[in-house]
Each structure stands twice: as C-alpha cells, then as structure tokens.
Design a protein around this ligand. Sequence first.
Ligand SMILES: Nc1nc2c(ncn2[C@@H]2O[C@H](COP(=O)(O)OP(=O)(O)OP(=O)(O)O)[C@@H](O)[C@H]2O)c(=O)[nH]1
Ligand SMILES: [Mg+2]
Length: 301
Amino acid sequence: MGRGKIDELAKIMKEKKIRLVIFDDEISSGQIRNIEKIIEGRVITRAELILDIFAYKARTHEAKMQVEMAKLEFSLTRLRHLWTHLEGQTGGIGVRGGAGEKQIEVDRQSIKDQIGRHRKKLDSLQKRRSIQRNLRLGFPVAAVVGYTNVGKSTLINKLSKSDLYVEDKLFATLDAMTRRTEIAPDRFVLLTDTVGFIRKFPPQLAASFRSTIEEAIEADFLIHVADATHPNLIEQIETVERFLKELGADEKKMIRVLNKMDTIKKSLEFRKRLPPGNWIPISAKTGAGIFMLKESILDML
Ligand SMILES: Nc1nc2c(ncn2[C@@H]2O[C@H](COP(=O)(O)OP(=O)(O)OP(=O)(O)O)[C@@H](O)[C@H]2O)c(=O)[nH]1
Ligand SMILES: [Mg+2]
C-alpha cells in the first residue's frame, strides 16, 4: 500500500469506526508503526492473528509450549526492525554497534535463551509420548488430515463414538489425539486427529508443531477430509497436498472424503466443481456415506 491508499484506508476506518487492520502478508514492524500512525488504529498481520488463535486455543501443556515457542521465534523476526529507528542517532546505514544494535543483541540473546529452555522441555514431553505410542503398536493407524474446520474431529467422533472437541471455529484441535475404533467386527484401527492446515501458515508455527504433525502422519495411511461446502474447496485441497508433500508424506496411501454433503443442496451445480480424483462423499454429522468410508478403510487394512 502506498501513501494514497493508506489515507483512503484511514478515511474508511474513521467512517466505519474500525479500529483494527489485518494484513494478509507479513510486513515489517517499521511499516506497521508508520501505518498505525496514519490510520490511528491497530495493525497486525495474518501470522499474528493465527498465532493468537493458536495461543487462545491451546489447552494441553505441550500445545501451549509449542505456541509459546512459535511466538518467541516470531518476535525474533520482528526484532530486526524494531530498533532500526535508533540507528540514525549513532551513525546510520552500515555503521555497526549503535545503541539499537546493542539492544537488539541483548533482546535476541534473552529470547534465544527462552527458546532453548522451551525446546528442552518439549523434547522430554515428546519422548514420553513416543513411549505411549509404542504401547499402541499392533494396531493399524490412520491419520486424519485436512484444512482447518472441515470436520476431522467430527468424523473421528462419528467413527469411534468418542467426544473429541469440535467447534465451528478455526483450529479447534491443536493436539494429535488418537482414538481406537472398530471398523468391522474385530477389525480395529487407530484414528489420529491432527492440527488443521491453513493457507500461509506462519513458518514459526509450522516449525514448532512440525514434530507433532510428522509423528501423527507417520501413520499406515491417511484420510484426507475436505469441506465440500467451502467456496475455496479446490484451493484448500491443494494447500493440504502441498503441506503433505513438504512433510514428505505425499506418497502415503490415502483415502479422500468430501465432508458436509448434508448441506449441499444443488448437487448438479456441485458436480461441476468436484475436485479431481476419487472422493467419497460423506456427512460426519448425519452419518451418510460413512459405510462407504468404512468399506474403503477395510480395503486399506
Ligand atoms: N453440516 C455439517 N457440519 C459439519 C459436518 N462435519 C463437521 N461439521 C461442523 O464443522 C465444524 C468443524 O468441525 P470440526 O470437527 O471441529 O472440524 P476440524 O476439521 O476438526 O477442525 P479443526 O480442528 O479446527 O481444524 C463444526 O461446527 C462441526 O459441527 C457435516 O458433515 N455436516
Ligand atoms: Mg479438530
């Protein structure tokens, strides 16, 4: 945004009494400060918003620490810009060792110390979890993956008659929970719920949650859930597939399900924008199509 656009924004904000602006992409703290001055409101970025939602939703000790780590990592990237205004007083571009520079060093070191302490604690937590995981050996495992809010937890609840936390908000699930389910008489499978993916996922969060996600998708096969009703269905599917590729899990065997079919009214129109590939239409809410999914899981087993 140039100066003219920002003035325009300031006008709209005044008219509509808006106090907060969220940028879809990352901008520097210097830019944020300057824009805030002009618009007389608060500016945050998409990454900060997602970090905040994660912080708000984190329930378990582990999730809280992972979010905390991500926030610390994030503040490191912001630090670089935070003190640049001091630079001018001591020499300017290219001159090192000014007041700002020293302050950055002090702050950076203390943040890095905190990150180090967090990492140690997280390591021991994760070790404990992998011991728990070994106890489950013997059962086939399926990881339920997908964009956030598509109904992954609802589906696991439906299949395993459990009560994982479900909510019509982003990132209801931040922990990899596993539930055992009897797909057919005496045929068991473990279903692992995972953190939902989202476009432009902040890299700090991705790094911090990486081991949880990696561990979850170390499964025997994946169940990719997509929300058939979402206007960005195809884009969401692509985002998930890109993430899986980055995690090296794109070669895994996968069952694909299109969820929330109960709310699709105009099926003809919907058929036109069906994603390519083999998708099983289901409703985790009403249970429609679940028998087909079970068949498919049995095939996989
Ligand atoms: N109409 C309809 N709504 C559904 C269906 N499945 C899930 N939902 C709703 O979609 C919302 C999100 O469901 P969740 O199970 O929390 O979704 P999730 O994929 O686990 O979401 P995150 O954990 O936040 O990534 C909830 O309001 C559910 O009630 C379905 O088949 N039909
Ligand atoms: Mg969930």
